[in-house]
Ligand binder design. Structure first.
Ligand code: ADP
Ligand code: ADP
Length: 225
C-alpha cells in the first residue's frame, strides 16, 4: 500500500508562496507526472513527499500513514535527481550497494543485490568503473539502480532525464516505463517537458504558480499545441 495523499499542502519561503494549497491523490502503483514551467513548485511538492521539506500547512499521507512530521529517512521513499548525486570516489557497485548498507544488509548479500540491480538497468560490466567515467545516461541508470535497490514503495524522480540529449532521453523514457511496469512501485515524476509527461504518465498533474490546476490521464488533460 503506497498511495500518496497530499491534503491542502502549502510551502512558503518568506513572502514567496512556492506551493499554494495542493490537494492530490497518487494511486498505489501508478506513474504520476507533475508537469509545469520552471519555478511553479513541482520540486517543492516532491520534496514534501520525500520529507526533504516540511509543509508550512497541510498534511502528507503515504500508505495511509500521516508522515507530515516524519523524517526523510523514516519514509519508504527514494529519490532520483537530475544531477545523479552519485559518490564520485566510490565505484559503480559501491554506489548501488550504499543504500543497502543504510538498510543494514550484510556485505555479501549487498554486493549480490547491487549486481542484480545493475544488470536490470543494463549496467552489468561497469561494476568497478568510477561514476566520473560514465556518460550522463549511464550515470542516470546507476542512480536509478541505487534507488530501486533499497526497494522503496515510492520512487520520486526529479527531472531525471533533463541533462540528457533528445535521443538518449527518448530511449530512457521507454526504459523507465518498462521498469515502472516491472516493479510494483508508485512513481512520482517531475518534469517541465510536456512530451516526456505525455509519453510516461498514467496520470498528469499540471502545476502553475504553486497550484495544481489539472489532474487526469494524458487523454484528459489539456495539451499545448
Ligand atoms: P520547480 O520544481 O517547478 O522548478 P521549485 O519547487 O523548485 O519549482 O520552486 C518553486 C519556487 O520556490 C521558485 O520560485 C523557487 O525559486 C522557490 N524556492 C524553492 N526552494 C526554495 C528555497 N529553499 N528557498 C527559497 N525559495 C525557494
Ligand atoms: P530544480 O531544478 O530541481 O527545480 P532548483 O534548482 O530550483 O531545483 O533548486 C535546487 C535547490 O536550491 C533546492 O534545494 C531548492 O530548495 C534551492 N532553491 C531554489 N530556489 C531557491 C531560492 N530562491 N532561494 C534559496 N534556495 C533556493
Amino acid at each position: 500500500m503506497s498511495e500518496i495523499e497530499l491534503e491542502d499542502i502549502s510551502k512558503s519561503y518568506g513572502d514567496l508562496q512556492a506551493v499554494d494549497g495542493v490537494d492530490l491523490s497518487v494511486r498505489d502503483g501508478e506513474l504520476l507526472c507533475l508537469l509545469g514551467p520552471s519555478g511553479c513548485g513541482k520540486s517543492t511538492t516532491m520534496r514534501m513527499i520525500s520529507g526533504l521539506e516540511t509543509p508550512t500547512a497541510g498534511e502528507v499521507y503515504i500508505g495511509g500513514d500521516n508522515v507530515t512530521d516524519q523524517a526523510a529517512y523514516d519514509r519508504d521513499t527514494s529519490m532520483v535527481f537530475q544531477n545523479w548525486a552519485l559518490f564520485p570516489y566510490k565505484s559503480v557497485l559501491e554506489n548501488v550497494a550504499f543504500g543497502l548498507k543504510m538498510r543494514g544488509d550484510g556485505s555479501e548479500e549487498r554486493q549480490q543485490e547491487a549486481r542484480e540491480m545493475l544488470e536490470r538497468v543494463h549496467m552489468d560490466g561497469y561494476e568497478e568503473y568510477s561514476p566520473t567515467d560514465l556518460s550522463g545516461g549511464q550515470k542516470q541508470r546507476v542512480a536509478l539502480a541505487r534507488s530501486l535497490a533499497v526497494d522503496p514503495d515510492v520512487l520520486l524522480l526529479d527531472e531525471p532525464l533533463s541533462n540528457l540529449d533528445k535521443r538518449l532521453r527518448e530511449e530512457m523514457e521507454i526504459e523507465l516505463k518498462d521498469i515502472h511496469e516491472e516493479f510494483d512501485k508508485t512513481f512520482v515524476y517531475v518534469t517541465h517537458n510536456q512530451d516526456e509527461a505525455f509519453t510516461l504518465a498514467d496520470r498528469i498533474g499540471i502545476m502553475n504558480d504553486g497550484r495544481l490546476v489539472q489532474v487526469g490521464e494524458p487523454s484528459e488533460v489539456y495539451r499545448n499545441p
